[in-house]
Write a protein that binds this ligand. Structure first.
Ligand SMILES: Nc1ncnc2c1ncn2[C@@H]1O[C@H](COP(=O)(O)OP(=O)(O)OP(=O)(O)O)[C@@H](O)[C@H]1O
Ligand SMILES: [Mg+2]
Length: 295
């Protein structure tokens, strides 16, 4: 067994079963609250954190239980879950691949429109299935969209533990600025499908080459986020740009009403942005040569 990743709430290990099949095992480990005994048991460091730890543990377990019942190609497959070492473990199908965040880093940060549409339509299909089980994700971002070798995406890292932590006022420690919606900052507004829609919008914006997004709380005070339709004009179809802008609306009521609507728009036919529109980025002589050749 070896470590795959370690985050604020958990540790992920790569493990093999007796038939040498690979699994990713995720351990509930809220780093700020716990230590580990010599025997490997997870121990709460401060007695005052015990209740929160237990609540998170219960939710991690519940999340594993719900995910184990979801069989969808775009949601990580949970095959088992169990308690040990005073914590909880979730056994997942191991997928060979990398996160969308890594893919964007390697690919120069800008995804072509056709690929972006297809990928997010699949992510939404998975997310919809999860919402049907009354579970919100609450941390949709390129780091939690995992791409298998064949390019098909699956959602990782669901947020029930976060949801609970939010209720006990730990919110800001658990959210990812730039991707979290304003209502995730305890502003009194309810969370819902619309909250995950904001994360989708932010992820698509990033996949277009949008760089770092300001925190939603800053946007509410003074919005410095360049609208997608300005920043990426001529690089993506106006319909897609408008869709991303709507998903990223600070007011939940201004975002698209359902995942189905977004998916429909992503899968609709659209006018490819013509090479002339992007030709400005090429040296003039090269653009001229291409035009001559295509005559
Ligand atoms: N099923 C899996 N197959 C392959 N790799 C995985 C799998 N699950 C997780 N990983 C690896 O572990 C990384 C982190 O996983 P995940 O997003 O679930 O946890 P996390 O971000 O550490 O969680 P948290 O934010 O709750 O601490 C992924 O980016 C991926 O590299
Ligand atoms: Mg993650």
């Amino acid at each position: 067994m070896r470590g795959l990743s370690s985050g604020g709430f958990s540790e992920v290990y790569l493990a093999l079963d007796s038939h040498d099949r690979k699994y990713a095992i995720k351990e509930y480990l809220p780093r700020d609250m716990v230590g580990r005994s010599d025997l490997g048991d997870v121990t709460v460091l401060n007695e005052l954190d015990r209740e929160v730890f237990k609540l998170g543990l219960k939710c991690f377990f519940e999340e594993a239980r719900i995910l184990a019942g979801i069989h969808h190609p775009n949601v990580v497959r949970v095959s088992n879950f169990f308690r040990a070492n005073q914590t909880v473990y979730m056994v997942m199908e191991y997928a060979d691949g990398r996160s969308l965040a890594r893919e964007l880093e390697l690919g120069g940060g800008r995804m072509p429109e056709a690929r972006l549409r297809k990928l997010f339509a699949e992510v939404i299909a998975g997310l919809d299935e999860v919402h049907k089980q009354h579970l919100l994700h609450l941390d949709i971002k390129p780091g939690n969209i995992y791409l298998r070798r064949n390019g098909s995406p699956m959602l990782l890292d669901f947020g029930t533990a976060r949801q609970v932590a939010r209720e006990v006022q730990f919110a800001t420690a658990m959210i990812t600025p730039g991707f979290a919606a304003p209502e995730q900052y305890n502003n009194g507004e309810p969370l819902g499908v619309w909250t995950d829609i904001y994360g989708l919008g932010a992820s698509m914006y990033l996949a277009m080459g949008g760089g770092r997004l300001p925190a939603a709380t800053d946007r509410v005070r003074q919005d410095t986020l360049p609208p997608a339709s300005q920043l990426f004009a001529g690089k993506y179809s106006p319909q897609l740009l408008q869709l991303v802008e709507q998903c990223l609306a600070p007011a939940a009521s201004a975002r698209p009403r359902s995942l189905g609507l977004i998916r429909e728009q992503l899968m609709a036919s659209y006018q490819e942005v013509s090479p002339q529109a992007t030709a400005g980025r090429w040296p003039r002589w090269l653009a001229a040569l291409c035009r001559k050749k295509s005559r």
